[in-house]
Design a protein around this ligand. Structure first.
Ligand code: GDP
Length: 140
């Protein structure tokens, strides 16, 4: 089976707490190949577009404020089973429920400020990768 791609974002709290290096280290230690990587500050409108599926949720406004509060680091990662394996590496959304040793258990401060995003399906991974990167930026 060909390797799978996922879209990760090192969120503004990750950047703010100087954890970019540590999280990328864990990603590489877990055998993901980085296909694309950049730093960007989302506008509020861009964060709303990215999280459009959550538009009706009560935390939508707070979440999009947070995601546009500072720079973030999106990345396209490749590995067999990348989507499920990345979500295992980062742990549950709520750090209180995340397994020991996961990124969120170790570093997240709340259910919102949870350090990393990981796509949850191949369709979303593709859509989210295209949100941040052109085909040309996916380095093989
Ligand atoms: P994920 O796939 O684990 O990132 O979780 P979801 O897709 O359910 O939620 C997207 C993001 O919204 C999460 O990563 C959090 O940053 C945020 N979020 C989720 N649930 C809550 C909540 O109950 N309150 C707030 N303030 N933010 C939340």
């Amino acid at each position: 089976m060909p390797p799978q791609r996922t879209l990760a974002i090192l969120k503004p709290d990750c950047v703010h707490q100087h954890l970019i290096g540590e999280v990328l280290r864990r990603i590489q230690e877990a055998d993901f190949t980085i296909r694309a990587l950049r730093m960007v500050r989302l506008s509020k409108a861009e964060a709303e577009t990215f999280y459009a599926v959550h538009r009706e949720r009560p935390f939508f406004d707070e979440l999009t404020d947070f995601m546009s509060s500072g720079p973030c680091v999106p990345a396209v990662l490749e590995k067999e089973n990348a989507i499920v394996d990345f979500r295992s590496l980062i742990g549950a959304t709520d750090p209180n429920e995340a397994e020991d040793g996961t990124v969120r258990a170790d570093f997240a401060s709340s259910v919102q400020e949870n350090i990393v995003h990981g796509a949850d399906s191949p369709e979303n991974a593709e859509r989210e990768a295209a949100f941040f990167f052109s085909e040309r930026e996916l380095v093989s």
